[in-house]
Design a protein. Structure first.
Length: 71
């Protein structure tokens, strides 16, 4: 099931409506968003657990969530 606005806010907190729309457009699930957030905020710990690298949709979410500091 595709992620909802409420699920996005529950993971990210208050966020930009454009980002919410972009995340929803991926068709990702709530679990995929949570996985992308976990990879973005602690990938070394996840790799240490022996988890596989993120799949294509999770990687797309990571790209959307990973804002360059220069922007």
């Amino acid at each position: 099931m595709a992620i909802t606005r409420e699920e996005i806010v529950s993971v990210l907190g208050p966020t930009d409506e454009t980002l919410i729309a972009e995340l929803m457009a991926t068709g990702a699930s709530f679990e995929e968003l949570r996985e992308a957030w976990a990879w973005l905020n602690g990938d070394e710990a996840l790799m240490g657990e022996g988890r596989p690298l993120p799949g294509t949709r999770v990687a797309e979410l990571i790209d959307l969530l990973d804002v360059d500091e220069e922007d």
